[in-house]
Design a protein around this ligand. Structure first.
Ligand SMILES: *[C@@H]1O[C@H](CO)[C@@H](O)[C@H](O)[C@H]1NC(C)=O
Ligand SMILES: *[C@@H]1O[C@H](CO)[C@@H](O)[C@H](O)[C@H]1NC(C)=O
Ligand SMILES: *[C@@H]1O[C@H](CO)[C@@H](O)[C@H](O)[C@H]1NC(C)=O
Ligand SMILES: *[C@@H]1O[C@H](CO)[C@@H](O)[C@H](O)[C@H]1NC(C)=O
Ligand SMILES: *[C@@H]1O[C@H](CO)[C@@H](O)[C@H](O)[C@H]1NC(C)=O
Ligand SMILES: *[C@@H]1O[C@H](CO)[C@@H](O)[C@H](O)[C@H]1NC(C)=O
Ligand SMILES: *[C@@H]1O[C@H](CO)[C@@H](O)[C@H](O)[C@H]1NC(C)=O
Ligand SMILES: *[C@@H]1O[C@H](CO)[C@@H](O)[C@H](O)[C@H]1NC(C)=O
Ligand SMILES: *[C@@H]1O[C@H](CO)[C@@H](O)[C@H](O)[C@H]1NC(C)=O
Length: 505
């Protein structure tokens, strides 16, 4: 479907920033090739919006693009980096006010701020925060906005614009007919599925900012309240469903109607019962699908890692010891429970119920089992990771699928025959094997439907069939992987073998 968008862009370019209103909708823009094509065999188009239509400018980001373009040997990979690395800043900063310390970041084609997505959308920019004062201020404003959300609604993961922005809340058809407890206000909350990794996302964004800047001013009252709320959720959701007298304990429940999950969740919106293990339960997965069992192992791995990071930044900033002590206690409790209760014969379960049941599979979204090294939970050479990875990338994982052109891990969010490029990115982070890395890299690059952006899922029977044309996190994750290879495996992707670190010559 061609809509003559290139012409609209030309008009905008000619008139400059005065006609922002004429900027094309990026959901539509991203569905057809726009600028000139890269010189490689894939001929991937230039897909950045016109400068006047970009939602945030950073000269530090432009410098990294130009450095990487001059070093990458394959012009198609260079084009993918050029399109994906700035995508979050180019297209998703819907509101930013420095004096209010508030920023609203959308996921791409869904107009809401997801705690999980923002943490990952900004992940590849952290190395630049000490060089770009405005970018640093933006990330700080994102953190403060999220601290405010979490202090009110710690069980929710996706939010509406802050009222100060004057932006209207968006209607979410998937939240229609849904009853959630504790109840939420749809002017603030876009969707309230309880996913423990959403809170991990906030912790990751906070500590990445602190590690990059040493700036403890993010730890304001909103932030400390949010941290207290996170500990409340951890305490509540680690408990067994039944107490000693068989009273059923529920702190959160979700009863669906005609939205994404139909029919309603079993056990009056609580899902499957769980026992106590030291792990923290979740209700939905990172894909926003309902969990089969509550103890989502990769999310607990991320939580264990981020709680240690939290303790470290609190101690470094000389904050109240009780919080860092609690963080360290929980971090090692979760760590031990993962190794003691979820691994059998070197194979991690994706989910357990704490009562002996395990579900061996993997889902494409991060946190996933395949991404355990990326999350910082273990080393990619750990025998349990190596054995589990082999299983996950085979028929033994019900959500692995392989067609003529595309292969990888998917999930029930789309369906079993639509794997996600993100799973191939996680695979790259989890290996040092050059040929595996190149195969994953080109499995992704060859399958953008000629659009030069990273999509959510791709049909293994039809490479032109994909979901989510504008998925900012997937774009950031791809760019983050190329930056990782630039320092870890320069000879594989560069014209020369000199490692590259953004911000360093
Ligand atoms: C392709 O387009 C980009 C962005 O507009 C521009 O910077 C570049 O010079 C163009 N390259 C060629 C060969 O036309
Ligand atoms: C980014 O820079 C362009 C000029 O190159 C300008 O037209 C645009 O308004 C800037 N965007 C923002 C958000 O400042
Ligand atoms: C930022 O917010 C302050 C306080 O609400 C307001 O006075 C100012 O006009 C806003 N600035 C921008 C650029 O919107
Ligand atoms: C909020 O909920 C009310 C009542 O269901 C509905 O009429 C309204 O459209 C919703 N607003 C948004 C922004 O979702
Ligand atoms: C749902 O959760 C609320 C707490 O948010 C609790 O009071 C209520 O008993 C729960 N209901 C069920 C049916 O589990
Ligand atoms: C932060 O502080 C540590 C310890 O003092 C120091 O090693 C590091 O270089 C600082 N980082 C930045 C970005 O200032
Ligand atoms: C730490 O102590 C403060 C002040 O006594 C209290 O408000 C907060 O809830 C405590 N936090 C944790 C995680 O124990
Ligand atoms: C769990 O693991 C830790 C450390 O690996 C170990 O010290 C502890 O004894 C284990 N606990 C149980 C109940 O197996
Ligand atoms: C990618 O496509 C090229 C042809 O352009 C082909 O030679 C290569 O084998 C493909 N790689 C993968 C991993 O599918």
């Amino acid at each position: 479907m061609k809509l003559g968008l290139a012409n609209t862009v030309a008009v905008v370019a000619a008139l400059g920033g005065l006609v922002q209103a004429q900027c094309p909708d990026y959901t539509t823009f991203s569905q057809s090739p726009q600028g000139n094509k890269s010189a490689g065999p894939l001929g991937l188009p230039y897909m950045r919006p016109d400068p006047a239509c970009r939602t945030f400018n950073s000269s530090a980001v432009e410098q990294v693009i130009s450095d990487m373009k001059s070093r990458l040997k394959d012009p198609d990979l260079a084009r993918l980096f050029e399109n994906t690395f700035p995508n979050t800043l180019d297209t998703t900063v819907k509101y930013f006010n420095e004096s209010e310390n508030l920023a609203f970041i959308i996921t791409g084609d869904i107009t809401a701020q997801w705690l999980r997505d923002t943490a990952n959308q900004f992940a590849p920019y952290h190395l630049l925060l000490s060089q770009d004062e405005e970018l640093k201020t933006l990330v700080k404003a994102v953190i403060n906005n999220e601290a405010r959300y979490i202090s009110q609604y710690p069980y929710c993961g996706a939010f509406q614009p802050p009222p100060e922005s004057g932006l209207a809340p968006s209607f979410n058809g998937y939240a229609e007919g849904v009853t959630v407890n504790p109840p939420v206000n749809n002017q603030t909350v876009f969707e309230c599925k309880y996913e423990i990794d959403s809170l991990c996302g906030f912790l990751k964004l906070s500590r990445s900012y602190y590690q990059a800047t040493n700036d403890s001013s993010i730890m304001n009252d909103n932030w400390h309240t949010a941290i207290d709320q996170i500990f409340r959720v951890i305490e509540e959701q680690s408990q067994a469903s039944f107490d000693a007298d068989f009273n059923f304990i529920s702190y959160y429940n979700w009863t669906g109607g005609n939205g994404a999950l139909s029919p309603a969740v079993n056990n009056a919106g609580n899902g499957e019962p769980k026992g106590y293990t030291g792990l923290v339960g979740t209700h939905h997965r990172p894909s926003d699908d309902l969990s089969t069992f509550a103890f989502l192992v990769p999310a607990n791995a991320m939580l264990s890692v981020e709680l240690t990071n939290l303790a470290n930044i609190l101690d470094s900033a000389r904050r109240a010891k009780n919080v860092s002590t609690a963080a360290r206690t929980w971090s090692s409790r979760i760590h031990d429970a993962i190794w003691n209760t979820t691994v059998v014969d070197n194979i991690f379960a994706y989910e357990t119920n704490g009562l002996g049941s395990r579900y061996v599979m993997d889902d494409a979204n991060v946190p996933s089992l395949l991404s355990l090294p990326y999350l910082g939970f273990l080393d990619k050479t750990n025998p349990a990771y190596v054995a589990t990875r082999k299983l996950l990338l085979s028929r033994s994982n019900p959500y692995y699928a392989q067609g003529k052109t595309f292969r990888g891990i998917g999930g029930p969010h789309v369906d079993a025959w639509n794997p996600w490029p993100m799973s191939q990115i996680s695979a790259v982070f989890g290996t040092d094997d050059d040929s595996e890395i190149l195969t994953s890299l080109y499995t992704i690059a060859n399958n953008t439907n000629g659009l030069g952006l990273i999509h959510e899922s791709i049909d293994i029977y039809d490479t032109t069939s994909y979901t989510r044309p504008w998925f900012a996190w997937a774009n950031s994750y791809f760019a983050e992987m190329l930056l990782d290879l630039a320092s870890r495996k320069p000879q594989l992707i560069f014209k020369d073998a000199k490692p590259y670190l953004p911000g360093q010559q």
